[in-house]
Design a protein around this ligand. Structure first.
Ligand SMILES: *Cc1c(COP(=O)(O)O)cnc(C)c1O
Length: 404
């Protein structure tokens, strides 16, 4: 096998440079652990941005994948397959929704939700043609298509990729007054993350989603919650919106739905809302493929049967408490819910990346988000003693300001 340095060179030489990964080459993984090409072991504290909540190569998921791969993997939606129907039923029952539309990536599901809201606005709310408005939040992350980056507030995500799709208005995240004054007769939807992950694990004020829910109902606006990163137990509930006791009109899921084995995403809503689609309105060659559906069905069962939301809640509270005991004047804030935690450093710390590199040396894989936040989001199958092991190393690295 090629050594790590050579593999990195190949990637950098032949691959477009749209990422800046930590210099580690992973060639094997199991549960919460990954190994590099030299056989060094690391605890995965990122979980592929929460796509591997169930842990790497979960034996039940690998078995489901193998079994389905020997039966049928792709039919396209030109024909029915025997996995899609049961998958949709099980997902809808888990989320308490009536209907779902399967796609592959998160961004595709968000695009699907946007199309749903617009069509719904024209057919059910009498919004004049081409006038539908969707409200989004500053700091949002919903994916990387041209339409989606068009309403990002992150300059780098947009720079050089215009012209963009019109019809989006941006408000301050967590500011209910700003939301209320931005609503017009043409507002069809509010698209929001219950916790902003990529913005640095930003948690909105308590009660925010409840107030949003109320205003959406009053003004006949679809509340579309993007749970692609926060869903399936990550924040200590099956879905993060459950912390506020509300229910969205449109739920967007992805990432951990495929258990880290297959890309699969979905939009869920009522029959009335998703009923806006007629044959030919929307589609995807791989959307709803039997291989991904079979894996997702098992991923959902594992999430429920291994009580991942409950584990996340219990262990996350302990980890946050421990992290808050670290005395370092460069730490600005420790925040999050469940095992979805951000440690924000003051700018004087010189950026979170250096700390992630130091943690890597100690055997922990973390990734900075934005310049100053270290995100801790291990697979939800992690055990208390493993978390203690991680905490010892985190403390060693974060206890003292790193020397430049
Ligand atoms: C990751 C993510 C997306 C995009 O998902 P992809 O599968 O990368 O397209 C959208 N929304 C949120 C909140 C995410 O975290």
């Amino acid at each position: 096998m090629l050594n790590g340095a050579t593999l990195i060179e190949l990637t950098e030489h032949y691959g477009a440079h749209n990422y800046h990964p930590l210099p580690v080459v992973i060639s094997r993984a199991k549960g919460i652990w990954v190994w590099d090409t030299d056989g060094k072991r690391y605890l995965d504290m990122l979980s592929a941005y929460s796509a591997v909540n169930q842990g790497h190569c979960h034996p039940r998921l690998v078995k489901a994948l193998r079994q389905q791969a020997g039966m049928v993997t792709l039919t396209s939606r030109a024909f029915h397959n025997d996995q899609l129907g049961p998958f949709l039923q099980e997902l809808c029952e888990l989320a308490g929704m009536q209907m779902a539309l399967p796609m592959n990536t998160g961004a595709e599901a968000v695009e699907t939700a946007i199309k749903t809201a617009r069509k719904w606005g024209y057919t059910h709310k009498n919004v004049p043609a081409e006038q539908a408005e969707i409200i989004v939040c500053e700091g949002n992350f919903h994916g990387r298509t041209t339409t989606i980056v068009g309403f990002s507030s992150e300059a780098q995500y947009r720079d050089g990729f215009g012209p963009f799709t019109p019809g989006f208005k941006t408000i301050h995240y967590g500011d209910i007054k700003d939301f209320e004054r931005t609503i017009t007769d043409n507002t069809v939807a509010f698209l929001v993350e219950p916790i902003q992950g990529e913005a640095g694990v930003r948690v909105p004020p308590k009660g925010y989603l409840k107030q949003v829910r109320k205003l959406c109902r009053q003004h006949n606006i679809l509340l579309m919650v993007d749970e692609i990163q926060t869903g399936f137990g990550r924040t200590g509930k099956m879905f993060c919106y459950q912390h506020e006791g509300i229910k969205p009109d449109v739920l967007i899921v992805g990432k951990a739905l495929g258990g880290g084995l297959m890309p699969i995403s979905a939009v869920l809503a009522s029959r009335k809302i998703l009923g806006v689609f007629r044959p030919g309105d929307h589609g995807s060659t791989f959307g709803g493929n039997p291989l991904a559906c079979a894996v997702a069905r098992e991923a959902l069962r594992v999430t429920v049967e291994e009580e991942l939301p409950w584990r996340s809640d219990r262990l996350g509270n302990l980890l946050i408490k421990d992290l808050r005991t670290i005395k370092n004047p460069l730490i600005k804030e420790v925040r999050g819910k469940g095992l979805f935690i951000g440690v924000e450093l003051f700018p004087e710390a010189g950026g979170a990346r250096r700390y992630c590199e130091a943690l890597m040396t100690e055997g922990l894989l973390c990734k900075e988000t934005h310049d100053d936040v270290i995100r801790f989001a291990p697979p939800l199958i992690i055990e208390q003693n493993e978390l203690d092991w991680a905490m010892e190393r985190i403390e060693q690295v974060l206890r003292h300001p790193l020397r430049r």
